[in-house]
Design a protein around this ligand. Structure first.
Ligand code: HEC
Length: 151
Protein backbone atom coordinates (compact mmCIF):
# COMPACT_ATOMS: atom_id res chain seq x y z
CA UNK A 1 0.00 0.00 0.00
CA UNK A 2 1.31 3.41 -0.96
CA UNK A 3 1.23 6.18 1.55
CA UNK A 4 -0.57 9.27 0.32
CA UNK A 5 1.45 12.45 0.10
CA UNK A 6 -0.60 14.12 2.82
CA UNK A 7 -0.20 11.04 4.99
CA UNK A 8 3.57 11.19 4.59
CA UNK A 9 3.56 14.91 5.32
CA UNK A 10 1.51 14.34 8.46
CA UNK A 11 3.93 11.62 9.58
CA UNK A 12 6.88 13.91 8.96
CA UNK A 13 5.20 16.62 10.99
CA UNK A 14 4.68 14.19 13.87
CA UNK A 15 8.33 13.10 13.72
CA UNK A 16 9.50 16.70 13.72
CA UNK A 17 7.29 17.46 16.70
CA UNK A 18 8.86 14.54 18.57
CA UNK A 19 12.34 15.74 17.73
CA UNK A 20 11.69 19.09 19.41
CA UNK A 21 13.36 19.56 22.75
CA UNK A 22 10.85 18.67 25.42
CA UNK A 23 10.96 22.16 26.90
CA UNK A 24 9.32 23.31 23.68
CA UNK A 25 6.33 21.15 24.60
CA UNK A 26 5.33 23.66 27.25
CA UNK A 27 3.30 26.47 25.79
CA UNK A 28 4.34 28.85 28.56
CA UNK A 29 7.23 29.00 31.01
CA UNK A 30 4.68 29.00 33.84
CA UNK A 31 3.44 25.62 32.60
CA UNK A 32 6.94 24.18 32.81
CA UNK A 33 7.35 25.54 36.34
CA UNK A 34 4.02 24.07 37.41
CA UNK A 35 4.92 20.73 35.85
CA UNK A 36 8.29 20.39 37.57
CA UNK A 37 6.99 21.63 40.92
CA UNK A 38 4.12 19.15 40.67
CA UNK A 39 6.58 16.33 39.94
CA UNK A 40 8.70 17.37 42.95
CA UNK A 41 5.56 17.48 45.10
CA UNK A 42 4.55 13.95 44.07
CA UNK A 43 8.08 12.63 44.74
CA UNK A 44 8.10 14.38 48.09
CA UNK A 45 4.81 12.83 49.21
CA UNK A 46 5.94 9.32 48.34
CA UNK A 47 9.38 9.87 49.87
CA UNK A 48 7.49 11.06 52.95
CA UNK A 49 5.52 7.81 53.11
CA UNK A 50 8.72 5.79 52.83
CA UNK A 51 10.40 8.01 55.41
CA UNK A 52 7.52 7.44 57.84
CA UNK A 53 8.11 3.68 57.56
CA UNK A 54 11.86 4.15 57.93
CA UNK A 55 11.31 6.08 61.18
CA UNK A 56 8.75 3.61 62.44
CA UNK A 57 5.99 6.24 62.50
CA UNK A 58 3.86 3.86 60.44
CA UNK A 59 4.25 0.07 60.30
CA UNK A 60 6.39 -1.32 57.48
CA UNK A 61 4.18 -2.47 54.60
CA UNK A 62 6.16 -3.98 51.73
CA UNK A 63 3.38 -3.57 49.15
CA UNK A 64 2.75 0.09 50.02
CA UNK A 65 6.50 0.72 50.09
CA UNK A 66 6.90 -0.88 46.69
CA UNK A 67 4.09 1.26 45.25
CA UNK A 68 5.66 4.48 46.57
CA UNK A 69 9.15 3.42 45.45
CA UNK A 70 7.91 2.88 41.91
CA UNK A 71 6.28 6.31 41.85
CA UNK A 72 9.48 7.96 43.08
CA UNK A 73 11.55 6.09 40.49
CA UNK A 74 9.25 7.03 37.62
CA UNK A 75 8.72 10.64 38.64
CA UNK A 76 12.45 11.19 39.24
CA UNK A 77 12.78 11.22 35.45
CA UNK A 78 10.23 13.95 34.88
CA UNK A 79 11.23 17.38 36.23
CA UNK A 80 14.40 17.86 34.23
CA UNK A 81 12.93 18.61 30.82
CA UNK A 82 10.81 21.30 32.47
CA UNK A 83 13.73 23.61 33.24
CA UNK A 84 13.84 25.86 30.18
CA UNK A 85 16.82 28.19 30.39
CA UNK A 86 16.29 31.13 32.70
CA UNK A 87 12.97 29.87 34.06
CA UNK A 88 13.51 31.18 37.56
CA UNK A 89 10.46 33.38 37.17
CA UNK A 90 6.95 33.54 38.55
CA UNK A 91 6.41 30.80 41.13
CA UNK A 92 9.90 29.31 40.68
CA UNK A 93 12.09 29.03 43.76
CA UNK A 94 15.51 28.43 42.35
CA UNK A 95 18.75 29.36 44.05
CA UNK A 96 21.80 30.21 42.00
CA UNK A 97 21.88 29.52 38.28
CA UNK A 98 21.62 25.85 37.24
CA UNK A 99 21.78 26.86 33.55
CA UNK A 100 25.31 28.20 34.04
CA UNK A 101 26.55 24.70 34.84
CA UNK A 102 24.40 22.32 32.77
CA UNK A 103 26.82 19.42 33.26
CA UNK A 104 26.82 19.86 37.03
CA UNK A 105 23.03 20.16 37.15
CA UNK A 106 22.68 17.05 34.95
CA UNK A 107 25.08 15.13 37.19
CA UNK A 108 22.88 15.84 40.23
CA UNK A 109 19.89 14.53 38.25
CA UNK A 110 21.78 11.39 37.24
CA UNK A 111 22.84 10.82 40.84
CA UNK A 112 19.20 10.95 41.91
CA UNK A 113 18.06 8.56 39.17
CA UNK A 114 20.84 6.13 40.08
CA UNK A 115 19.45 6.02 43.63
CA UNK A 116 15.75 5.90 42.72
CA UNK A 117 16.44 2.99 40.34
CA UNK A 118 17.46 0.95 43.39
CA UNK A 119 14.41 1.90 45.48
CA UNK A 120 11.76 -0.60 44.30
CA UNK A 121 13.97 -3.64 45.03
CA UNK A 122 15.46 -2.18 48.20
CA UNK A 123 12.14 -1.53 49.95
CA UNK A 124 11.30 -5.24 50.05
CA UNK A 125 12.72 -5.25 53.59
CA UNK A 126 12.63 -2.58 56.28
CA UNK A 127 16.44 -2.49 56.51
CA UNK A 128 16.73 -2.13 52.75
CA UNK A 129 14.13 0.62 52.82
CA UNK A 130 15.95 2.55 55.54
CA UNK A 131 19.24 2.44 53.65
CA UNK A 132 17.93 3.33 50.22
CA UNK A 133 15.50 6.02 51.39
CA UNK A 134 18.46 7.60 53.16
CA UNK A 135 20.66 7.44 50.06
CA UNK A 136 17.87 8.82 47.88
CA UNK A 137 17.17 11.63 50.32
CA UNK A 138 20.85 12.59 50.24
CA UNK A 139 20.64 12.86 46.43
CA UNK A 140 17.63 15.18 46.81
CA UNK A 141 19.47 17.33 49.35
CA UNK A 142 22.70 17.51 47.36
CA UNK A 143 20.85 19.34 44.62
CA UNK A 144 18.64 21.41 46.91
CA UNK A 145 21.65 22.76 48.80
CA UNK A 146 22.94 24.13 45.54
CA UNK A 147 19.84 25.03 43.56
CA UNK A 148 16.62 25.14 45.59
CA UNK A 149 15.54 28.36 47.19
CA UNK A 150 13.57 27.53 50.30
CA UNK A 151 11.38 30.46 51.19
C1 HEC B 1 19.02 18.06 40.32
C2 HEC B 1 18.40 18.90 41.32
C3 HEC B 1 17.31 18.39 42.20
C4 HEC B 1 17.13 17.12 42.71
C5 HEC B 1 18.01 15.90 42.56
C6 HEC B 1 15.92 17.19 43.49
N1 HEC B 1 15.40 18.44 43.46
FE1 HEC B 1 13.72 19.07 44.43
N2 HEC B 1 13.94 20.89 43.58
C7 HEC B 1 14.97 21.28 42.77
C8 HEC B 1 14.76 22.65 42.33
C9 HEC B 1 15.69 23.45 41.43
C10 HEC B 1 13.56 23.07 42.91
C11 HEC B 1 12.86 24.41 42.71
C12 HEC B 1 11.98 24.31 41.46
C13 HEC B 1 11.12 25.52 41.20
O1 HEC B 1 10.74 26.21 42.17
O2 HEC B 1 10.80 25.76 40.05
C14 HEC B 1 13.07 21.93 43.69
C15 HEC B 1 11.89 21.96 44.41
C16 HEC B 1 11.42 20.91 45.16
C17 HEC B 1 10.21 20.95 45.94
C18 HEC B 1 9.25 22.15 46.05
C19 HEC B 1 8.23 22.10 44.91
C20 HEC B 1 7.29 23.29 44.93
O3 HEC B 1 6.08 23.08 44.78
O4 HEC B 1 7.74 24.43 45.05
C21 HEC B 1 10.09 19.75 46.57
C22 HEC B 1 8.97 19.31 47.49
C23 HEC B 1 11.21 18.94 46.14
N3 HEC B 1 12.00 19.68 45.29
C24 HEC B 1 11.41 17.64 46.51
C25 HEC B 1 12.45 16.84 46.02
C26 HEC B 1 12.64 15.46 46.38
C27 HEC B 1 11.78 14.68 47.34
C28 HEC B 1 13.76 15.03 45.71
C29 HEC B 1 14.39 13.67 45.73
C30 HEC B 1 13.55 12.51 45.63
C31 HEC B 1 14.25 16.16 44.93
N4 HEC B 1 13.43 17.23 45.15
C32 HEC B 1 15.37 16.10 44.15
C33 HEC B 1 16.04 20.54 42.41
C34 HEC B 1 16.21 19.21 42.69
Amino acid sequence: MKMTLSGAAALTAVCLAWAQPVAAQFAKVDDAIKYRQSAFTVMNIHMGRLGAMARGDVPFDAAAAQASAKVVELVSHLPWDAFPAGSNTGAAKIKGDPWKDPAGFAKLQEDLKAQTAKLPAAVATLDGLKGQVGATGRACRACHEQYREVR
